[in-house]
Structure formats: structure tokens, C-alpha cells
Design a protein around this ligand. Structure first.
Ligand code: ATP
Length: 248
């Protein structure tokens, strides 16, 4: 079971409280790092400014991301401690629907934490979780942060990286990969270097991508159209505009 919280769904801050509770439980289980708590706080601030909902523009980005995942030769969904704590089941479902693989990929690597996350994903139905071999390196990054699986992220043509740090996002882009980034901060480098920046809370973004993937599956023409009509700069501009125009 994903960690739950004893607050009714009707509570106006339900989603935010649930998110905090899952992150806290993630730290207690050894899945999420303490820096993950800080990242969550930063994310929440942006979510608040964005109205705590999936905007039309984020929905289009999620659709393009679904199309890229479905039409990839080899798609991998990178999973860090925050993503695992927040949406374990949803990540497994996304991987099932799109045929993508799941790879644990941490900023602050430790064998224990990687294994704890892989176990947690398996508890939620994942099979064949990658990230434990770490037998290849992303060029241009220091040793620990460069580690990936040679038959996982290193080999992938399309990578979904929720909450990735800017350096790694940039380095993956330089390897020629199509990068799909979920990040609530449109000013952060990761969404700025992404092929598809999805400026939305991962809690909403992953199920939205999965819904689009279900609809686009088996329809290469619709997938192509979702990719071709998507405009990354416009998506970032929309998110920034929304933040500027927020009203109390
Ligand atoms: P920069 O690219 O500006 O250097 P960073 O990678 O150092 O930023 P972190 O402090 O590591 O940023 O935070 C990770 C990012 O994840 C933040 O931009 C934050 O908005 C985002 N984030 C945190 N929680 C969520 C969430 N639940 N859903 C989506 N994005 C989130």
C-alpha cells in the first residue's frame, strides 16, 4: 500500500497533506533523502502559484510525453526517492501501459536506498526494476551522479525524468536523448532543457500521461500529431504567465 493520510478527500488541502505525508513516510522508510524534503517544499510553493491543478498546457505536454513514450525504441522512466514515495503505483502503471522500463536513478546514491526503492516499486507490482547494475556512465558528470545501467537509461532513446537535477538533465540531453521532464518550477534548468517540459505536480502528471497513453496506444498517426503540435517554449511561457497572473 502507498502511505495514506487520515484526512478526508474533501479537505481543501487534501492533496498537499497527502503529498507531505508520503514524503515524510518515504524518508522514514529510507526511500527519500532529506534533501527530498526540501525539494518537496520548493515544488509545493510552485504548485500553489500554479493553482494546484493540471493546466491545459500541462495536459498537452503530458499528451506529447505519452506519445514519445509509446513511439520510442527504448523508453525508460527514471525514478528517484521523491517520485517513488509519491507515486509508486502510478509509475508502475505508466510503465505497463507504455512498455517503458523503470530505472532507479538517484542524486544522492546509496546502495541501500536504491534497493529500498526497487523493493518498494516491486511491492507495487513492478517487475525487472533497473538501476542496480550502474555499469555505465553519463558523460560530463562526476562519478557518482553519472551512474546508470548500460541496458537502461544509457541505451534509451526516450527518458522520462521526474524531478531531475539540472546538470543531469542537461547531460542526458547532450547524449541526444529525448527528455520528458516533470517539474513544477518552469524556471528550473531541467524543464528548460527538456524536449517536453511537463510543469505539473508529479502526483497529477503521471496518471495524466498514463491516461493519454491509453488513448494514443496503437495509433501512430495520433502519436505523431501529439508530438508535432507540441511547443515546449509555449508550455514554459504559459506556466510563467500563470504564475505572474496569480490572484489571491
Ligand atoms: P535547478 O534546476 O534550478 O538547479 P534543482 O534541480 O536544484 O533546480 P531541487 O531543489 O533539486 O531543484 O528541486 C527539485 C525540483 O523538483 C524543483 O524544481 C521542484 O519544483 C520540483 N518538484 C518538487 N516536488 C515536485 C512534485 N511533487 N512534482 C513536480 N515537481 C516537483
Amino acid at each position: 500500500m502507498t502511505e495514506e493520510v487520515s484526512v478526508p478527500e474533501s479537505h481543501p488541502r487534501y492533496e498537499s497533506l497527502l503529498t507531505r505525508h508520503r514524503i515524510e513516510a518515504g524518508v522514514e522508510r529510507g526511500i527519500t533523502s532529506k534533501q527530498g524534503l526540501i525539494a518537496e517544499g520548493r515544488g509545493e510553493a510552485f504548485d500553489y502559484l500554479l493553482g494546484e491543478e493540471t493546466t491545459d498546457s500541462a495536459d498537452r505536454a503530458a499528451r506529447a510525453a505519452a506519445a514519445y513514450l509509446l513511439s520510442a525504441e527504448h523508453a525508460v522512466v527514471s525514478v528517484n526517492g521523491n517520485a517513488a514515495a509519491l507515486v509508486p503505483e502510478e509509475l508502475v502503471e505508466l510503465a505497463d501501459v507504455t512498455g517503458a522500463e523503470l530505472e532507479v536513478n538517484l542524486f544522492n546514491r546509496s546502495r541501500e536506498r536504491i534497493e529500498a526503492i526497487a523493493d518498494y516499486l516491486r511491492e507495487h507490482g513492478a517487475e525487472g526494476v533497473k538501476g542496480l547494475d550502474a555499469d555505465a556512465r553519463i558523460p560530463g558528470l562526476d562519478h557518482e551522479r553519472a551512474k546508470v545501467d548500460s541496458d537502461g537509461i544509457y541505451d534509451a532513446d526516450v527518458v522520462l525524468v521526474p524531478l531531475e537535477d539540472g546538470d543531469r538533465a542537461e547531460a542526458l540531453g547532450e547524449m541526444g536523448k529525448t527528455e520528458l521532464v516533470v517539474d513544477l518550477n518552469p524556471l528550473s534548468r531541467s524543464p528548460q532543457v527538456a524536449t517536453v517540459p511537463i510543469v505539473d505536480n508529479i502526483i497529477r502528471a503521471i496518471p495524466t500521461i498514463t491516461d493519454h497513453a491509453r488513448e494514443l496506444a496503437g495509433d501512430p498517426a495520433a502519436q505523431q500529431a501529439a508530438i508535432e503540435t507540441f511547443d515546449a517554449d509555449a508550455a514554459l511561457a504559459d506556466a510563467k504567465r500563470r504564475i505572474r497572473e496569480v490572484e489571491a
